[in-house]
Design a protein around this ligand. Structure first.
Ligand SMILES: [Zn+2]
Ligand SMILES: [Zn+2]
Length: 638
């Protein structure tokens, strides 16, 4: 008998050689039915795998990311068979799972076109309906190489693994593919899929190699989830911030400055509201704010290490016979400000924020509206502290970060911790102190996090914050990076309790990342329907006819006195047309006023997204609207 430990800590005895599938049945019929694969001592295996020793076992279902990934990858095999049955000349290269789906790189002279997708899907459906088992076959490396001789792609795949045992998976009917696995038990588990697109992709991403055809698909546990996903994709297209940004007159781009955004008046209102909120919050968390120049001489960038590590992304200029660079980051400027004074341990921690305008040269091909630009404003800050203050400072940054995200209606966060890379500076001891401080801070805040082993910057470990928007898309926004290098490079010191001079620890952090990109994300997250506090125009007064223009004017004045952003539509248009225009402009509130309202000092309120309208006292409307602004309420209705 062998002892199996389950994720909840309970144990179960089974006879040696029992398959994972039988084990799942012993645990429960429901689980056995949902089972896709299993994790045995942390390693993913097929349901048909026998368990030979004591082990920790987790049955993997579609509720786990791993389960989805296995199903999506299995779908890639099914699509590969479908493609090979339509084009017998197709050579298979590589077919992994990716976020939300999978792809397969195919070498085929004939182009696969979107018209062909239905045919491919039809074949795939036949394979799925036949519910054929995935069968694993293992052989030695040399046997596998002999079996695949002449197939340069698959031979290359084998040469890229160091495993001595090579496995193949077949799913009946003679189709077989080299694969490490695992797979779903049978093709019937891959029910809801769609072939999405095809694009050119070089073998190994190398432009000197042959251009292959990369066919993408998406796959979900059931039809409903597939339809939800397709809806989200469609919705994302409709919410494209580049389209809404133009419609709403928020920003533009011009060939005069590729990758440099022009923020229009309405866009600046949103921008400034975010800045005001940012300042209030940074004051609450006891930050100082500074501003440093965007052009600084080349020598500084040699000293900071940017010249050696970041030169390709920098812009340069020269004047007065000297060479300068336009800053890609704010840190060196922040260091120079720190250096202008003497610092005692009593002053630490020093939290110094800067809304810094940075320029980073990006290849023209990767630019994408506000998401990827060459000039942007970072909500940057540097915290100078003692090593024993790292944990509490990081906790403070985490609190500030989450408070910021919640104000914009982002509640779904993901945190990743990146640790010491191969190439690094600083002693192992300081790395350990710093990494543990980051971990302790996360544990203190009861935050689940994923570790990216070896993914830290060369100068220190870091925490990254990711949010999910309402379309479940993930965005990396904030970051906290510890730095042991820059304070030394710049000779930053403080006088410690024992009267000796020491280098402070420098914490680089950003919460929103880039203002431009964040506004782009907000436009898509809200679908252009901004909450009241961010709306460029919050209220519009719409007189029914010329006769009530006077009353409309007095309502408008009251709104202005209450500092609401508002206008009054005094055009000759019919009221229906005025309302339609205000709807199109995504106005949160329209105040329709006619003779009746003028007589009683009321307004007829129409709210964005609501059919019914409501007559109320103007003072009551003002009170409610102001409260919604103060609360940063996401919902404009009341
Ligand atoms: Zn596979
Ligand atoms: Zn920095």
């Amino acid at each position: 008998m062998v002892k199996i430990t389950l994720p909840d800590g309970s144990t179960i005895k089974i006879s040696e050689g029992t398959t994972v599938e039988r084990l799942a049945e012993q645990i429960g019929q429901g689980l056995a039915k949902a089972a896709v694969a299993a994790k045995v001592n942390g390693e993913l295996v097929d349901l048909s795998a026998p368990i030979m020793d004591d082990a920790h076992v987790q049955i993997v279902t579609f509720k786990d990311e791993d389960g989805l990934e296995i199903m999506r990858h299995s779908c890639a095999h099914i699509m590969a068979e479908a493609i090979c049955s339509i084009w017998p000349d197709a050579k298979l290269v590589y077919g992994p799972a990716v976020e939300d789906g999978f792809y397969y790189d195919i070498d085929l002279d004939e182009s696969i076109r979107p018209d062909d997708f239905q045919r491919i899907e039809g074949k795939m459906r036949e394979i799925v309906e036949a519910d054929r088992p995935f069968v694993r076959k293992e052989m030695s490396r040399s046997e596998a190489l002999a079996k695949l001789s002449g197939d340069k792609y698959k031979t290359d795949n084998i040469n890229r693994t160091d495993s001595e045992v090579i496995s193949f998976y077949s799913h009946g009917d003679g189709f077989e593919d080299l694969c490490r696995g695992p797979h779903v038990p049978s093709t019937g588990k891959c029910g809801s899929f769609k072939v999405m697109s095809v694009a050119g992709a070089y073998w190994h991403g190398d432009p000197t190699q042959k251009m292959l055809q990369r066919v993408y698909g998406t796959a979900w546990p059931d039809q409903k989830q597939l339809e939800d996903y397709l809806y989200r994709l469609d919705e994302a297209k409709k919410r494209d911030h580049r389209v809404l940004g133009r419609q709403m007159d928020l920003f533009s781009f011009n060939e005069a400055g590729p990758g440099f955004a022009f923020i229009h008046a309405k866009g600046m209102i949103i921008w400034n509201q975010i800045v005001d909120f940012w300042r209030t919050l940074h004051d609450k968390y006891e930050y100082q704010e500074i501003k440093t120049p965007i052009i600084l001489n080349e020598e500084l960038w040699h000293k900071s290490g940017h010249w050696d590590n970041y030169k390709e992304n920098m812009y340069f200029t020269s004047f007065d016979d000297a060479d300068y660079a336009i800053k890609p980051m704010n840190c060196p400027g922040g260091c120079l400000v720190y250096k202008t004074g003497q610092h005692s341990y009593r002053e630490l921690p020093m939290r110094v924020a800067e809304l810094g305008l940075v320029h980073r040269h990006e290849a023209s091909g990767v630019m994408h509206g506000l998401f990827r630009v060459r000039q942007f404003t970072q909500d940057d800050a540097h915290i100078f502290c003692k090593p024993d203050q790292i944990e509490s400072e990081v906790i403070g940054v985490i609190d500030l970060t989450f408070e910021t995200y919640r104000a914009f209606d982002f509640e779904d966060f993901r945190v990743e911790l990146s640790t010491k890379p191969q190439k690094h500076i600083g002693s192992d001891e300081i790395w350990e102190i710093a990494t543990n401080a980051l971990k302790d801070a996360l544990v203190h805040k009861s935050i689940q996090y994923k570790i990216n082993e070896g993914d830290g910057a060369f100068y220190g470990p870091k925490i990254d914050f990711h949010i999910r928007d309402c379309l479940k898309r993930s965005w990396q926004l904030g970051t906290i990076q510890l730095d042991f290098s820059m304070p030394e490079r710049f000779g930053l010191v403080y006088t410690d309790e024992d009267n000796t001079e020491k280098h402070p620890v420098m914490i680089h952090r950003a919460v929103l990342g880039s203002f431009e990109r964040f506004i782009g994300i907000l436009i898509e997250h809200y679908g252009g329907n901004f909450p009241l506090w961010l709306c460029p125009e919050q209220v519009r007064v719409l007189p029914i006819s010329e006769k009530t223009n006077g009353y409309a004017g007095s309502v408008h004045t009251k709104l202005r006195e209450s500092r609401l952003r508002c206008s009054c539509d005094l055009t000759d248009e019919k009221i229906g047309a005025k309302i339609a225009k205000a709807h199109g402009d995504r106005l949160p509130y329209m105040l329709v006023v006619g003779p009746k309202e003028a007589q009683t000092g009321t307004v007829n309120v129409r709210m964005r997204g609501i059919k019914e309208n409501r007559t109320m006292d103007i003072e009551e409307f003002l009170r409610t609207a102001k409260q919604k602004i103060a609360d940063k309420d996401i919902d404009v209705t009341f």
